[in-house]
Design a protein around this ligand. Sequence first.
Ligand code: HEM
Length: 219
Amino acid sequence: MKFLEENLLDHLQRPEFAELLSSLSVKQFSKGSFLCQPGQKDNFIFILASGRVRVYLGYEEKEFNLGILTKGDIYSTHAGTFVQALENTDVLMTDVTTFRREMAKDSEVTKAMVRVLGNILKTSFSIIDGLVFKDANSRLVAFLTGEARRHGIKEDDGIRVTIDLPVEQIARLVGSSRQTVSTLLNDLVRAELIIRSGRGTFVIPDISLLESVGGVEHT
Ligand code: HEM
């Protein structure tokens, strides 16, 4: 069905949506300007008519891109995210009340919303995953290399270090869960960054390499 393949914007050009379209006002944003920022009280829904914007979270110097919106994508100013024009961009805007009254029931609008929000959710999951995983990983590596540098014994195949703690206790030391630490240890073994050598003992073939992979600085 051609109708379903239409971009939301083309869809809104159809004669039966003339009234609905007139409830949307065109707004222009120049490259680099913000359509919205967290904490703003505006409550608008907008559809991109042209250009590209990026949706992101920002904390101090850190920025996490959640997605890039292009023509036909729909989004809102109340999502608590930054939305910044990557190029000169035109949007069709309406307030939440008008959107609910005129557009919320339209299946093409729903489809566009699901597409945008689904993609943003997917990216959010991978950001959360990365933050949690990378954090725990570097804490675990810092713990292992710290123990190895303090108490390890230099041998032909690397530094032998005896941790002699159950995974659960290592997890508590590095502020993570038993499952995560167990997965991370297996990953390190698979990557040959550590070698299991009996109960509670590991051999670290190249401690500097392990530190650099874990983002740990040797002090
Ligand atoms: C495609 C983008 C979006 C559209 C079209 C949209 C639209 C709407 C509409 C129409 C309402 C009013 C619902 C009602 O009163 O019955 C609403 C409420 C709300 N939206 Fe969105 N939204 C979008 C994205 C988001 C995102 C990404 C977030 C959060 C991350 C969000 C958070 C909320 C919250 C918390 C409310 C409830 C506000 C309240 O009742 O005080 N929305 N949204």
